[in-house]
Design a protein around this ligand. Structure first.
Ligand code: SAJ
Length: 427
């Protein structure tokens, strides 16, 4: 029987683990490597730590999980799926990516292919990865090795789109690398794999698609701040605009933009272009608008407290720490900025995050409501969508700041119960 081609997936997070499982399912001998021994121990025990991946899938897989890269020896392809965060100063932090390349370097031999799935700005493959591989191994990308960039597009918590069916773009270090990368990904994925003309083009696609989302969110966030003063319901205006069957794409205002993609990726492009003499004023403005939404949310609360004549110190229940509904992921979450502004403004704060109990002050919803004179909804979890006027009255909560506009449809019921309700761009 022909020996199976061996693939090594480096980095087993929400991108790498589904990809490793898919590679094995597609008939590759698959090794999964991660520097986090705790993750490896869980996977070896057949336990998944990724919300979208059931443990049954891990248990029944034949993947070799290891914290030791040596296990990936003799792989013909190394696919790198490690985080590419930003530093405190919002500058690209390539340390995890460089660390992954250093880890596999001793294993690289002529004829192998390295694929980078991590989100990177244009130029990282050419200016960082290729020289790093050369310095570590003496091997030339193109003459000795193929380098491919196929940016990941995993959307955590999405029940429809997943690693199997999401279209991808792919760039190669040479026509041969491009061909080889396309062949691999056409085997792995049942969706369009669009060849790009260069590594730089493939790198640019990902940061552009996520910057597109960031500026569109900033657009509706600015509208929300404007319409709050004009007394126009921005969500209804967006619904109205969305009846246009073309050339409009609805986005929704909120208390901030979190996650490891949208608030981060634009900075990769901003910084890289700045190094080459161009200032992305529009991208930076969009970031500034989105980064001011937590403060705007707290200002809405301060207005409400003044109007409701609540006595200080006002106790605030902060509902949600995750950056998006239905997941327990608080990376770059605006909830923490809201908490900071609340404390600086003299409020007492108790948080409740049902998906991250370890970081939640309150152990359940009743506890946080009992504490609160006012609540700020920072994440649109279903449990917060189901809040009722009776529940809030029972705990003597007086004010609702709906940071995700999740109670918008029922706001009149809260007002009829003499509760003060305000949302982002609608009241
Ligand atoms: N947000 C808004 N208004 C919106 C949409 C999002 O304020 O209209 C906020 C969310 O509350 C969240 C942040 O922005 O705090 C990011 O939300 P997101 O839905 O974009 O979620 P992400 O970060 O998981 O984005 C992923 C991205 N996928 C990849 O990078 C592979 C993004 O490209 C997708 O567009 C997005 O999922 C998606 O469409 O759901």
């Amino acid at each position: 029987m022909a020996t199976k081609e061996k693939i090594a997936v480096i980095g087993l997070g929400y991108v790498g683990l589904p990809l490793a499982l898919l590679a094995e399912e597609r008939g590759f001998a698959t090794v999964g490597v991660d520097v986090d021994g705790g993750k490896i121990a869980k996977l070896q025990a057949g336990v998944s730590y990724i919300d979208d991946i059931p443990s049954t899938a891990v248990k029944k897989s034949g993947i070799v999980f290891s914290a030791d890269a040596e296990t990936a020896k003799d792989a013909s392809v190394f696919i790198v799926c490690v985080p590419t965060p930003v530093t405190e100063k919002r500058l690209p932090d390539l340390k995890p990516l460089e660390g992954a390349v250093r880890m596999i370097a001793p294993l690289l031999k002529p004829g192998m292919m390295v694929v980078i799935e991590s989100t990177i700005n244009p130029g990282v493959c050419d200016d960082v990865i290729i020289p790093l591989i050369k310095s570590l191994t003496g091997l030339d990308v193109t003459n000795d090795l193929d380098l491919v960039h196929c940016p990941e597009r995993i959307n955590p918590g999405d029940s429809k789109w997943n690693v199997r069916n999401i279209n991808r773009v792919l760039g190669g270090s040479s026509p041969q690398a491009l061909e080889r990368g396309l062949k691999l990904y056409c085997k792995l994925i049942e969706a369009e794999i669009k060849p790009m003309q260069s590594l730089k083009e493939a790198e640019a696609v990902k940061v552009v698609e996520n910057s597109f989302r960031d500026i569109n969110i900033a657009f509706v966030n600015e509208l929300a701040m404007s319409f709050n003063t004009l007394g126009i319901d921005v969500e209804r205006v967006i619904e109205g605009a969305a009846t246009k069957p073309f050339a409009f794409m609805p986005h929704h205002p909120g208390c901030g933009v979190g996650g490891h993609c949208i608030p981060v990726d634009p900075y990769y492009l901003i910084e890289y272009s700045k190094e080459h003499g161009f200032e992305h004023r529009f991208l930076r403005l969009a970031r500034n608008i989105n980064e001011q939404m937590p403060k705007f949310t707290v200002e809405l609360l301060q207005d409400a407290v003044a109007q409701a004549k609540l006595k200080h110190p006002v106790k605030v229940g902060l509902l949600g720490l995750s950056y998006k509904p239905g997941v327990g992921d608080d990376r770059e979450s605006p909830a923490y900025d809201i908490q900071k502004h609340l404390l600086e403004a003299g409020f007492e704060v108790k948080t409740f995050e049902p998906f991250i109990p370890a970081k939640s002050d309150a152990s359940d919803l009743d506890e946080v409501l009992e504490f609160a004179d006012a609540i700020v909804i920072a994440t649109g979890h279903d449990v917060f969508k189901d809040l009722s006027p009776a529940q809030l009255k029972q705990h003597d909560v007086r004010i609702i700041v709906d940071g995700r506009n999740v109670l918008r449809e029922r706001k009149q019921a809260f007002k009829d119960a003499a509760l003060y309700y305000v949302g982002i761009g609608q009241r």
